[in-house]
Ligand binder design. Structure first.
Ligand code: FE2
Length: 248
């Protein structure tokens, strides 16, 4: 099943969400959406896929980060390593043929599990997405995931908010580079490095809830227990109207 890569009327692939629409959508770092995964059903389903989790990235192996692809390059769960399960800036380093989130559009069998039926409204827009499985002290260092205009709309969630800490730069100023219509690059007011000195944990995250996340703001994540899952989901820009409705 091919789910991503929606085309414009002229046949070009629709990829970027304009800055004004990005700002209209991302009014806070984390916004609850009307999609809730049943955590019990999810946990039982994940047991079935225990052997299909692969390492996330090839660096920081001590951080014990693993992923189960929902959308990858070929729809198979047998790739090891699976190139959908790594930071793409690392993958693309020194490579002529680069891969970006929009290049991953094929659903794996895991997406068909009934615990993910609640994702139905966003399935047509899914691009590179996975379930992350972390252990005590697994982490993502402070970073941003996108630039503006944005090639992705990212959603996030966890089954265990008590043991999964997500932090954003306290002032919520974005650290992403903005490209103007004329192609000029505007540097952000604050660098990721500066913003990472002042990160604040998000409270009141609901288990199983899917959130719209502003990953142009510097953020990091830490797990405080074993077998903590995160929903790591990217959508193409054609999901804009659907996400606006799911915010309400
Ligand atoms: Fe991120």
């Amino acid at each position: 099943m091919i789910v991503g890569g929606v085309k414009k009327e002229n046949g070009d692939l629709e990829t970027m969400l304009p800055l004004a629409e990005y700002e209209n959508l991302h009014t806070e770092p984390l916004i609850a959406l009307d999609m809730l995964i049943d955590c019990q059903e999810f946990a039982i389903t994940m047991q079935k896929y225990e052997l299909a989790f692969r390492r996330w990235g090839q660096d920081h192996l001590d951080k014990k980060r693993f992923g189960l692809p929902l959308i990858n390059l070929n729809g198979q769960l047998s790739d090891n390593p699976d190139v959908s399960l790594m930071p793409l800036d690392v993958y693309n380093r020194d490579r002529k043929e680069q891969l970006w989130d929009n290049d991953f559009i094929t659903a794996t069998p895991a997406l068909n599990e009934s615990c993910f039926d609640v994702l139905e409204p966003i399935k047509p827009y899914l691009i590179r997405s996975c379930i992350l499985k972390w252990y005590t002290d697994s982490l993502f260092y402070p970073h941003i995931d996108t630039w503006l205009p944005s090639p992705i709309i990212r959603l996030w969630g966890t089954n265990d908010p008590k043991n999964m800490s997500l932090r954003f730069y306290s002032k919520h100023t974005r650290s992403a580079v903005t490209k103007t219509e004329s192609g000029e690059l505007i540097q952000p007011e604050i660098s990721v490095e500066e913003a990472s000195k002042d990160l604040v944990r998000v409270e009141n995250v609901e288990a199983g809830r899917l959130y719209l996340i502003d990953t142009a703001i510097t953020h990091d994540a830490h797990a405080h227990s074993d077998e903590v899952y995160q929903f790591f989901i990217a959508l193409n820009s054609n999901s804009y109207d659907t996400i606006r409705k799911l915010k309400a």
